[in-house]
Design a protein around this ligand. Structure first.
Ligand SMILES: [Zn+2]
Length: 298
């Protein structure tokens, strides 16, 4: 029987190393308005762009950036394991939902009974929610030991428009860098396309707007100049240069992945993923400003 200790999301402050909750909409809004992220525990301030970049580029399998971004959860627990007996572990006892993608399970034996498992390598890729362990005694008189268990899983049931971004972060977390690029781009393309569709539907019929956004102003033109000019007119903060150039890099890399079979490094996947996260949040925060008050469209 697992004793659940707790579920955590968030990240450690780079200065005081105390745990900070995941980045919020308010933090993103402050970044777009030119303010720094401030640690809730100490006076440390950092550019949110730099902070998220460090989270996404973090290669440590026990502290993946997805947990800091609030897209994945770390669950901790412990259980007794008896020597020469089988034990079935079911992660639902730690609150892991059945539909969650479990990406990592780490077990640390507390004494001389070692958990033997059929699956010794739990990365990369989803691992089973239930598995059996055999208690192997490492000392003649050892009969029972407490085993600590840590499990990292991606949260199901998030906002459907967030799904491509979650898929991109999950691919990157599992070191499938090439597979991260297309969903990262789709996340921004879909979000931007939907925001512009809502905006232009106030001025033209569905067919005209569809054709305009599919054949006329394709993704590159939607990013620049459409998004820039519209957001400037309604008084939203300007898309920062580092995000704009990251999104342009994302477009280029997406086309290369789609048309050329080339390997993508962790660094280039992380760079475009960070841009996608900020691009998505920017549109999500300010898209409502593109809708006139009191109108319902044509
Ligand atoms: Zn701090």
């Amino acid at each position: 029987m697992i004793v659940a200790v707790g579920n955590y999301t968030g990240f450690a402050c780079p200065a005081c190393h105390r745990s900070s909750p995941p980045v919020t909409d308010e933090d993103y809004d402050a970044y777009f308005r030119g303010r720094h992220w401030t640690c809730p525990h100490c006076p440390h301030q950092s550019s949110l762009w730099k902070l998220i970049g460090e989270l996404v580029r973090n290669e440590h399998p026990l502290t993946p950036g997805a947990v800091g971004l609030g897209l994945a959860t770390t669950s901790l627990g412990h259980f007794p394991l008896r020597a020469d007996e089988w034990l079935t572990i079911d992660l639902s006892a730690m609150g892991v939902p059945p539909e969650a993608d479990v990406i990592s399970v780490v077990m640390t034996p507390g004494a001389a009974v070692f958990p033997l498992a059929h699956m010794q390598q739990t990365r990369p890729g989803p691992v089973p929610h239930a598995f059996s362990l055999f208690g192997k005694s490492l000392e003649l008189d050892a009969t029972e030991a407490i085993v600590n268990l840590m499990c990292i899983w991606f949260s199901p049931g998030q906002d459907p428009t967030l799904q491509p971004l979650v898929a991109a972060v999950e691919a990157c977390t599992n070191a499938r860098f090439r597979e991260a690029v297309v969903p990262a781009s789709v996340a921004v393309e879909d979000k931007l396309g939907a925001a512009l569709y809502m905006h232009y539907s106030q001025f033209a019929g569905r067919k005209t707007v569809d054709e305009f956004l599919s054949n006329g102003a394709t993704f590159g033109y939607q990013l620049n100049p459409l998004l820039r000019s519209l957001m400037a007119l309604v008084g939203a903060p300007e898309l920062p240069t580092e995000v704009a150039s990251g999104l342009s890099q994302l477009r280029t890399l997406r086309n290369k992945v789609a048309h050329e079979h080339r390997e993508i490094t962790r660094a280039s996947a992380a760079d475009v993923l960070v841009a996608a996260i900020f691009g998505y949040r920017y549109i999500s925060l300010y898209e409502s400003m593109l809708i006139r008050q009191g109108t319902s469209g044509l």
